[in-house]
Ligand binder design. Sequence first.
Ligand code: RBF
Ligand code: MG
Length: 387
Amino acid sequence: MSLEKPLKKLASCVILDLDGTLLNTDALVSEILKGFLGKYGKQWDGREVHKMAGTTPFQAAAAVVEDYELPCTPSQFLSEINPFFSDKWSNIKALPGANRLIKHFSSHGVPLALASNSTRSNIESKISSHQGWKESFSVIIGGDEVASGKPSPEIFLEAAKRLNVDPSSCLVIEDSIPGITAGKAAGMEVVAVPSIPKQSHLYTLADVVINSLLDLQPENWGLPPFQDWIEGTLPIEPWYIGGPVIKGYGRGSKVLGIPTANLSTEGYSALLSEHPSGVYFGWAGLSTRGVFKMVMSIGWNPYFDNTEKTIEPWLLHDFAEDFYGEELHLVVIGYIRPEANFPSLEGLIAKIHEDRRVAEAALDLPPYSAYREDPYLKISVKKDSHL
Ligand code: RBF
Ligand code: MG
């Protein structure tokens, strides 16, 4: 999905959006609105959250009041729901790559601004629990500190003014349509990191659309490149997932010659929504067979246009038979690339085999090889099983 174009314009500063770009705010908003609307006898529609992305708090409230025909005004709704949010703002998780990005730019002396439609005081709460964030921003502007929020360019123009730079030398990173619109109207370069899955075509106004912050290439704007990639792989904060092997779409071995041991996503919806789709790798433990190298895809498989996000690990070993139902534990430690679409099945297959080679080689390198011994991979076999 990476639509990176070659260098167009140099940037000297970076202006970041907060909700949906650096923070996984959607998850919290969904959780709170679901409970709150339940009290009105209404059922929260998870898709609504995308409609609210990038709007001001008042606009978001107005949309909910209208769509759910609530018996109150947007202001009443806001003051009623605010207490539910206020003690949670400081608990929102950073999106993958957010910490890395902030540390990278601040350690290279690239001036950073934070420009959010959220109120200044909510911004302060939201970033307070994330170490090093507040100090990394030379400028912080909230939606209540300008006359009109995004999609008006005002907030970005004000950020450039306070950074003491020309708007044309600012690079904006945004997840929402109002934010992208604002950035372009301000005459800035805009990178879109869409928070709406499978909708990258809506983001054509942006100069570049990337799948997650992990895919940002600052050198495209003359900014310092990330230096943490190792042999085509990016070490990530390890995450753990396990469960019985289930039958997938049945295309793995039949069509592609790539027998993936699909994991049930049941109980992992939060974990799955937290991790951007893409190709990852790590180690896999099978209860009766041992520990194996593993490369996997997370996502919607654009080539097949799946409707559900799946986890498809390919264990890099020749097994004599299928092992559906067997307990599989994964430790995921590296990232390779975003999911892509391919003009031909041959193209997809060739790319997946390349992923295999990249993962196999990387897993022998020290930052990755040590995880082979992770206790999570040594699954004890229950005595009462079918033996
Ligand atoms: N499917 C895609 O549509 N695009 C991809 O870029 C892609 N990359 C993959 C990488 C790996 C390592 C694996 C194991 C699978 C990948 N797939 C991708 C999914 C593939 O289409 C799927 O595993 C098979 O269809 C089996 O269901
Ligand atoms: Mg946003």
